[in-house]
Design a protein around this ligand. Structure first.
Ligand SMILES: [Zn+2]
Length: 375
């Protein structure tokens, strides 16, 4: 009996020692991954109410095992806003829907944040979004009429409408919805979009005309950043307006052709820059880091490119000074479809023959296989 008892105690300590060693190993692995790639993100449109359960399953079974730690959901006006019911889309996510997503992310240590497109992207093709259709007085270019049939290029250079950042009433409305959606997401960060802005400081705007566009852009970034900071929330934005499109050859979508790029020296340094490049691994993360800004690189649907961009991110970090190194924060895949279409592709329910290997779901698997190898 004594002998059995001694054996039991011996086995117990052996198991405990093994467990402790395993725990230390896994903790070490996680620490290493967190230091090499602090942000491991995924950005997609918020799922429709009917897709919530499937998306929660995806969080548990696909995002979490791949160590994704940041999830951005583009929600815009697809929420049952109480502060501004007039801005709700027809079918919206409820507070309970969001709570389900919040809980799934909490269980898996994933930082969840919402995105509402601010400043630009206030219309799409021939359709105004909710903000400008309800509050037409916020339109930066009211003289530009929405076309019955949208084509690009067009005489008005209309890509997407913008709101006027100097309209005296616009921030009251958008701050209400930012606060409400951040509370619902129980989050300490908010993504404001602010990309592909062609209309800014229009000559005909009585408030903005003749103002310096870079100052208008930087002013709006700072206004939103300062509002969020009151509740210890961080602002994230896309990086394209801060890159000079002409000098870099990156063009007017992926970079700025209207001189907003000078705002890179005017915006607060605690804004996270999401630097998207979908066809070539441009080395712009270095530019942001040199300016003292935290940056993540965002691929979309090209797996090989995502691998190069991940290797670049690691190399930039490795080959930089100690001061600049922490600015290279990691990777975030961006998916520009709705969540349901992505899940259909991911689970093989729908096929995308013409895209070949270059699909968002292939890119997702490839990017996170690559990140997995870092451990
Ligand atoms: Zn204006």
């Amino acid at each position: 009996m004594k002998k059995n008892c001694a054996l039991f105690i011996f086995c117990f300590f052996l198991a405990a020692a093994n467990y402790s060693s395993f725990a230390q190993d896994s903790s070490f692995v996680k620490q290493r991954l967190d230091s090499l790639m602090p942000v491991r993100g995924f950005c997609i449109a918020a799922p429709d109410p009917k897709e919530i359960d499937r998306f929660v399953k995806f969080i548990h079974e696909e995002l979490s095992p791949r160590k994704v730690n940041t999830l951005i959901l583009r929600i815009d006006y697809n929420y049952h806003y109480e502060s501004h019911p007039e801005l709700r889309e027809d079918s919206t996510l409820s507070k309970e829907n969001i709570k389900t997503l919040v809980n799934a992310c909490k269980e898996n240590n994933i930082r969840l944040m919402p995105q509402i497109n601010l400043l630009g992207h206030q219309s799409w093709a021939g359709q105004l979004n909710k903000l400008l259709s309800v509050y037409p007085q916020f339109d930066e270019t009211p003289h530009v009429k929405m076309p019955a049939k949208y084509v690009w290029p067009n005489a008005d250079n209309l890509y997407c409408k913008s709101y006027c950042p100097l309209h005296p009433d616009v921030h009251k409305v958008i701050f209400d919805i930012i606060d409400e959606i951040c509370d619902a997401f129980e989050t300490n960060a908010f993504h404001a979009g602010m990309y592909e802005i062609f209309y800014l400081g229009d000559d005909e705007c009585p408030r903005c005309g003749e103002r310096v566009k870079a100052e208008l852009f930087a002013g709006e970034v700072k206004t939103i950043r300062d509002h969020l900071a009151q509740k210890n929330r961080q602002l994230w934005i896309w990086g394209d307006r801060l890159i000079d499109g002409k000098t870099t050859g990156l063009g007017m979508w992926e970079a700025s052709y209207n001189n907003t790029y000078r705002a890179i020296d005017m915006i607060p340094k605690d804004v996270m820059i999401c630097d998207w490049h979908y066809e070539r691994a441009d080395k712009t993360p270095v530019y942001f880091a040199i300016k003292g800004l935290d940056v993540i690189t965002c691929p979309w649907r090209m797996p090989e490119l995502a691998i190069t961009q991940t290797e670049d991110m690691l190399r930039f970090k490795n080959e930089s000074s100690e001061i600049m190194r922490p600015h290279f924060m990691g990777m975030m895949q961006t998916v520009w479809s709705d969540a349901g279409s992505f899940l259909d592709g991911f689970y093989g329910i729908s096929k995308d023959e013409k895209s070949g290997n270059n699909t968002p779901w292939n890119c997702f698997r490839t990017l996170y296989n690559k990140i997995d190898q870092l451990q």
